[in-house]
Write a protein that binds this ligand. Structure first.
Ligand code: RAT
Ligand code: ZN
Length: 414
């Protein structure tokens, strides 16, 4: 007879995940489809770590080919030092689970193995190994590589769930109005009625075109709602109130907010140069209270904001908390956050999303998360047993399915 702990562990391994936020896309997206050892090694989390060990000048690094950058990162982070950071360990977990022998430390042999893989078969293999059934994408009409793919009538791959990402549009108005104008929307820099209705037409066209499951934005820590200062914030707030929220209500889709990122605090690091700041959560409370017909899914970057966000979720059922985002996606923090969230929210949240940018990362991000979740859930079910409540296998399966995206899907459909 398996013990309760063994049952929980097996259910966690066997339950497929609906990954609610990633930056992945199918092979049809050509150069946007990232996979393989060089993409794994040049992941921006590792780029930031490599610059701490190497004294290579920034410009010299960025002038290198991807393979040369990967060589440098491998040398600095795996050969000259032991690869014990979470992002380094992730590369090794991924390679090992793919059946490669990492102890040889043979990067050329690993490259040869990847060169033989067929992208479509490899996608299936990664999804199987990670036990991920659906991958939410991050789809941006403002991305010059991505937009033409949809405009040419790309019909989608049912394993990938589209999500409309609108950062440039909310954070960079009126500059973005120029793009909308070029694409045939009769907008002006001034957010008057005509412009707002054209903006809604734009959101509506793209939601339909891609079949968006939600609309998403990442926000700086000083985001305010309602706006307190300056025309920039006012534009963002006006766009949210008069375009994004009515749009989400019309399509019955959530507005996903990711507060707390300070973009480009070291521009020399490019994509790796973003930082974190403490957010004021009053704007989120205001949004949830003033717009009960809207659904908000939220992950937050600052660790110091996590408790307040969890309390907020207890107060508003139109708020669904998800993921241990970015700098929080480390075992010690996942462990702590998940315990706190379970203790305060039960099973009505989504503990994790992968945020994978490189396909193969699904393997390690989900394997590492499953390890931590197993420990947390074993303990929580054990506590129930001490109280005389014996969870059945079917009940545990139901709960884990909810934590692995089921609760999120229900929230989206509610
Ligand atoms: O985690 C990351 O890869 C970050 O660079 C961001 O992409 C973040 O997840 C985001 O979606 O803005
Ligand atoms: Zn992301």
């Amino acid at each position: 007879m398996p013990t309760l702990a063994e049952k929980v562990h097996k259910i966690i391994l066997d339950t497929p995940v609906f990954d609610v936020h990633t930056h992945l896309c199918p092979p049809a997206f050509a150069e946007l489809f990232l996979w393989g050892i060089d993409d794994l090694l040049t992941y921006h989390y590792l780029v930031a770590e490599a610059f701490r060990q190497s004294d290579v000048p920034y410009e010299k690094f960025w002038a290198m080919s991807k393979t040369e950058q990967a060589d440098l990162i491998w040398d600095e982070l795996f050969i000259k030092h032991s690869p014990i950071s979470e992002a380094c360990r992730g590369v090794l977990t991924t390679l090992s689970m793919l059946g490669l022998d990492v102890k040889k430390r043979d990067l050329p042999a690993i490259r040869k193995w990847f060169a033989k893989q067929d992208p479509d078969d490899y996608l299936n293999r990664c999804m199987e190994l990670a036990n991920v059934k659906t991958i939410c994408m991050t789809n941006s009409p403002f991305d010059d590589l991505e937009r033409p793919i949809w405009e040419k009538g790309y019909k989608g791959d049912s394993r990938f769930a589209p999500a409309l990402r609108i950062d440039p549009f909310l954070l960079n108005w009126p500059q973005t109005s120029v793009s909308l104008k070029n694409w045939g929307y009769d907008v002006s820099a001034d957010l008057n009625q005509k412009t707002l209705s054209e903006v809604r037409r734009f959101l509506s066209d793209w939601t339909k075109k891609i079949g968006a499951h939600y609309v998403m934005v990442s926000l700086p820590p000083d985001f305010r709602f309602p706006a307190e200062r300056g025309p920039k914030e006012s534009d963002c707030v006006r766009l949210i109130e008069h375009a994004v929220l009515p749009h989400c209500r019309e399509f019955n889709i959530p507005f996903a907010l990711m507060p707390g990122v300070k973009r480009s605090i070291n521009p020399q690091l490019k994509l790796a140069g973003d930082g974190v700041g403490l957010s004021d959560l009053q704007p989120l409370a205001t949004l949830c209270a003033q717009f009960p017909e809207n659904k908000f899914t939220v992950t937050i970057l600052s660790r110091e904001n996590q408790f307040e966000l969890t309390v907020l979720a207890r107060k508003f059922r139109n708020l669904h908390v998800f993921g241990c985002w970015w700098f929080n996606n480390n075992p010690s923090i996942i462990d702590q956050l998940t315990r706190m969230r379970i203790e305060m929210l039960g099973l009505s949240f989504t503990p994790q999303h992968s945020d994978a940018r490189v396909l193969d990362q699904l393997i390690y991000k989900w394997s590492h998360t499953r390890e931590v979740l197993s420990w947390v859930l074993m303990e929580k079910y054990d506590d129930l047993v001490y109280s005389g409540w014996h969870p059945t296998e079917a009940e545990i399966k139901r709960d884990v399915a909810d934590l692995f995206g089921g609760a999120f899907e229900k929230f989206c459909k509610s």
